[in-house]
Write a protein that binds this ligand. Sequence first.
Ligand code: FES
Length: 157
Amino acid sequence: MAGTHPSRDNIGADGPLERFEWQIGSAADFAAEGKCRIVVIGDLQVGVYVFQNHYYAYRNFCPHRGGPVCRGSVGGAMLPSEPGVFRYGLEGRIVRCPWHLWAFDVTTGRTAFGIDRRRLISYPVIERNGSLYIEFKRPHEIAAARLLSINDAGGPG
Ligand code: FES
């Protein structure tokens, strides 16, 4: 498991906004477009996607019924068009949950074409010095990641 990097440089209305960066590997390890690479961080599974040289990360949890959405296929979709016209596009940008085939846009985490308001749970991905980091902002995820990093380091004290 990769190392961690805590940070507290954002200021919110109630004081510093804490965030926690978790190194997931080198950028070269995640270079393949059209595929998802799942990173396991304790109990959390995060799917990392690349589309047009941008990285996107989502919890492996479908907002429909909790399926393993990041294990779904990545491809394109039929596009809205006039009657009798079939247009395919968005190749590499659509992930389909394997349970009931809901389709999500890899670049936004929203359902394709806005058919439902639910969306994937996203994480910012930071590229720095050839490495990639996932940023945690939710307090319970920060606490879990911090605990893991302490355990990785052999425990406190
Ligand atoms: S659980 Fe993902 S589409 Fe139903």
